[in-house]
Ligand binder design. Structure first.
Ligand SMILES: O=C(O)CCC(=O)C(=O)O
Ligand SMILES: [Fe+2]
Length: 288
């Protein structure tokens, strides 16, 4: 590891994010990428395919029970341009996916092993987590030419606890560059509270199962700094820091594995969050 935990903790407090290079070795990267390839080979039948796009189809996504149901499954989310009206693939399967989620850390042995490894536990411990739980995980593809933008957001809008204590572990499995859609951060934006929330809709007459509490605030492009990182890097993302990524217009993919941990000690996990524990509590990081 090229930066120590004291520095990482300091940077997260100052900027809202920190990069730890060489968090994964090449063989660990290969293991995760090979496993993702196997998952692609097992993709669902046409009739069970869903699109994930944060830009055009907020409303569509809200209606989408598929998203809600993915919390305890290995579900596949496609790029908007990848599927025809009947779920038929319009592009090669290897570049069709936006992401796979949200329970890889529970259900897939390879992703489980990495998520609950000593290095991850040590990182959470150094960041001051006392009883962290892993709540969700995603394999993000950001495929060449088709990988869509992720609009500016705070992770705490989705994974709200009181008080707020959520950290994203975002691990680059390929070099993330300006060209292929690296992360961008509004430095210091984690200090201004949670700007809006994404919650379960209590209006049972509405066909929107999930809603934002307010429209997205306007975030000035000029306040964001790019965070290009080499493969193997861990980017630690404070739950309140505003971040986004551009579409991938390059010829190179930008695979990443990401998961989120919350503090469970002396916090309350919001019952309004889209993601709720089903049948069993969230997996405690130190006990697995
Ligand atoms: O990979 C991306 O482009 C966005 C990921 C993200 O927002 C997250 O992991 O919290
Ligand atoms: Fe995020």
């Amino acid at each position: 590891m090229t930066i120590g935990y004291n520095l990482a903790t300091y940077l997260i407090e100052r900027d809202g994010y920190a990069v730890i290079e060489n968090f994964l070795s090449q063989s660990e990267i290969d293991e995760l990428k090979n496993e993702a390839e196997k998952l692609i080979k097992n993709m669902p039948e046409e009739s069970n395919r869903a699109v994930f796009n944060t830009v055009e189809s907020e409303a569509k996504q809200n209606k989408d029970q598929y998203f809600l149901d993915s919390s305890d499954k290995i579900s596949y989310f496609y790029e908007a341009g990848a599927l025809g009206p009947n779920g038929e693939l319009l592009v090669d399967p290897s570049v069709s996916l936006n992401k796979i989620g949200h329970a890889l850390h529970e259900l897939n042995p390879v992703f489980r092993k990495l998520t609950f490894c000593e290095q991850v536990k040590e990182t959470a411990f150094q960041l001051g987590f006392q009883e962290p739980a892993v709540v969700q995980s995603m394999y993000i593809f950001k495929n060449p030419g088709i990988g869509s933008e992720v609009i500016a957001h705070q992770d705490a809008s989705y994974l709200y606890t009181e008080p707020v204590k959520v950290i994203g572990f975002w691990i680059a499995l390929e070099d993330a560059t300006l060209e292929n859609g690296c992360l961008w951060f509004a430095r210091g934006s984690h200090k201004g509270g949670v700007h809006r929330r994404y919650i379960r809709n209590h209006d049972k007459k509405s066909d929107q199962l999930l809603v934002y509490t307010t429209p997205s605030p306007y975030y000035q492009k000029s306040s964001f700094l790019a965070a290009p990182v080499p493969k193997g890097s861990l980017v630690l993302i404070h739950g309140q820091v505003v971040h986004h990524s551009e579409p991938n217009k390059s010829q190179k993919s930008r695979h990443a594995y990401t998961f989120h941990i919350i503090e469970t000690k002396n916090t309350k996990y919001s019952e309004n969050n889209w993601l709720q524990p089903k049948n069993k509590p969230f997996a405690k990081l130190y006990e697995n």
